[in-house]
Design a protein around this ligand. Sequence first.
Ligand code: C2O
Ligand code: CU
Length: 547
Amino acid sequence: MSIRNNNRRQFIQLSALGVASAAFPGLLAANPGQIRSRATPGFKPDIELEMSSRSVNVPILNGPKTRVQKYYGKLLKGPKNALVALKDNYLGPIINLEKGQKVRVYFDNNLSEPSVIHWHGLHVPQKSDGHPMYSINAGERFVYEFEVMNRAGTSFYHSHSHELTAEQVYKGLAGMITVTDEEEQKLDLPSGEYDLPLVLQDRSFNRRNQLQYVHGMHSRMMGFLGDTILVNGKPDAEFAVKTRAYRFRAINGSNSRIYKLGWDDGTPLTAIGTDAGLLEKPETRPYLMLAPGERIDLWLDFSGRKVGSKLVMYSLPFSGAMPPMASKMRGRGGMGMMGGGLAQGVKFPVAVFKVSEKVSDSPSLPKRLVKIDRFSNRDVDNASNPLPIGISMKPMRPLLNGKSFSMDKVMDFERVKLDSIKKIKIFHDHGMEKEEHGEKLAKKMGGMKGGMGMMGGGMMLSMAHPIHLHGQQFQVVSRKIGGMRQREYKTVSEGFIDSGWKDTVLVMPGEEIEIIKPFQNFKGLFLYHCHNLEHEDMGMMRQFYIS
Ligand code: C2O
Ligand code: CU
């Protein structure tokens, strides 16, 4: 990289810093005085919660309890069902919200390290979005205030603490959020005991039932993969179901494991919602992909099934998500796995559904769900010049747009005008790889085509990344797959639903995805990052500055 380039970059960063700190005086770095620790007098909440994070022991496996980090909640004001605690669980209480409600959350950090809550999927002001700059220290309090602007759907909250997200989520700091609205209530969707969470996570335990996490650079680069699958915080999940339709809200709360959900006998799966929103109409697929951070609302219909019969939901085998080298090392206890663990893409059971009672009536699957206005090029102001999200992996450093996360920096193209609607292109940027660190090597190789990506570690480290953007949901408008991994791509390609609202999208190796996203209502810094939480903590995160 030339010196001039370097200077220019520094200039952009410094000016960005200037703007950011002018707009948010003192919020950057350690200035706890600026953290909102008191309620705003004019804000009249419909729901008031007291949440806290604590280290506790909970029963997960048979035998000794497991040390976890857990969110506790207490309802101070609002409808009784706004907060539903899960007994003997590390998952935080389910938070049930309604569009239009005003919510205030007092968060007390009772851990011995900094933490912050992010409401993944909710469209809230910067100050309540859980940006790591709002992490509070042990013993401190933060007050979140927001209005529920989302449409009906499923979201989840989790820690977003600076460089501690992966570990804190792994230890338990996560929980489900549901939002309902009038449009949803007009539909006769399964509710109450027929509307259930399906939070998918993988963990590894030692012989004393304590959680094992990875710390080695190499494993973190591939992402944590555990050997024990937990559903709603428990192993060997089994649901006793009646002969009728259910809504299961699947959330991938794993650090880096990708699920390919499907029934073993080939019965297709029906989805009625994706990340934080119902679909226009149900979509039925042979299997459904669910990457970290994504949600799918499943319509599981057991009517017509025999009492006593059992159905097993699997994560079916797929390939292509890991770098070619890592997959070769599979079976040798290779990269990204705990000893003898479950590699990415192998088949394993997720949950058993035991049909245990016959009932006579069941809601039928609606033909239409909600109205969705599709975005097109006409809605955006940059159709031919999309904002880039370039994915690259330097050895030991996953990057976005060639950079690591920096709390107080934005590049010039990361500045977005409030109320604009933008096209964004997410792609694997092996070129950036070359520019960043391959220049010398490129000279040596003397223009050997195609060699650079390999040598520079680009292609070789190419893997799937679930890219998440904070703020409003977006729509996926196109996917292109190039490169040499098309056969692998076919093992996953039927499982992506692009017809609804999304806030996280899995980008497979060689894939280029265009999305359209509105930037409305709130100014400020809003993150975009890889939701492979190890990658996020390693700096695979940037931010938009909306002004
Ligand atoms: Cu679910 Cu920025 O995260
Ligand atoms: Cu990633």
